[in-house]
Design a protein around this ligand. Sequence first.
Ligand code: HEC
Length: 308
Amino acid sequence: MHSPGVRRTVRRILLSVFLFALLAGVGGFYLLLQERALRQAASEARILLTSALAIREYTTDHILPKLSRLPEEEFHEETVPSYAAQTVFRAVARTYRAYTYREPALNPTSPADLATPFEVELIRRFRADPALDEISGIRATDTDRLFYLSRPIRVTQERCLACHGTPDRAPPAMVAKYGSTAGFGWRMGETVGIQILTVPLTEAMKGSLELVGLLGLGLALVFGVAYVALTLSLDAMVVRPLRALSSAASAASQSSDTRRPLPKSGAGEIRDLAEAIERLRTSLGKALVQLGGRGGSRGASLPGREGG
Ligand code: HEC
């Protein structure tokens, strides 16, 4: 067995470094991008949910007080905080499909606001823990991966009970429109529903996959170029000069022909080595000549020597 040459050793080292860098780089970058996409979605969702809340507050504080001045037989949904917020966000969702906003409740005034099983579960969690004020996560639908952010809707103002308390206290025109069976009987402090907002993740995730692919390609390219450059220069600077040197050195050990040239190319260290061997060869030649001159009878000539 022959121990592996420089070229093979270097190739092995380069390949393992490359594989490690590719895995660590691409994997780490992917995780980083996913994490970033998630953080971005979360902050986007938080801003949007805050604006939904602002619409609710605006309606409660600025529109609702005007309602008391309306005649009994008139009711306008525009004065309802939930209606205002959901209507504005339906308009947003017409342009940005996966951005949705809902205010589902367990006992909703409008049938459209009936909580889905997923939303019921969130409402249950908020009802079970009054200190909990936000739940977020990722949901997959048939077409999209969505980031959702939800906050509880708790009845914190007496004003809400004007319409959600009992049907006889509610504006008659509202009861006429929505009926007297649902959306009533809410109590102060009760968690009646949630605000739930979704933000799409699919695009961001796809984007991060693309970036990771690009990084992988870039790394492979850099490593490919580095590999070719290194092996070529290793060949020119080390492997070939070393081979020439070793054949010259072995030829010198068998012959005193000092005219046989030693390689003058290769890395500095190899040239130094060549010079050292050259000196060694010269002094060996001289020593042998002296030895040969002193006493031929003692058999000073080496085997294979052609005289000197
Ligand atoms: C003027 C009457 C009125 C007042 C005051 C009012 N709401 Fe409503 N609320 C409604 C009506 C009507 C709907 C149904 C709107 C729709 O068609 O989407 C509704 C819907 C909701 C919904 C969505 C679920 C459902 O029942 O359809 C929530 C949650 C809600 N209201 C909470 C509140 C809270 C909290 C307050 C107090 C800040 C409040 N509401 C004040 C009339 C009112």
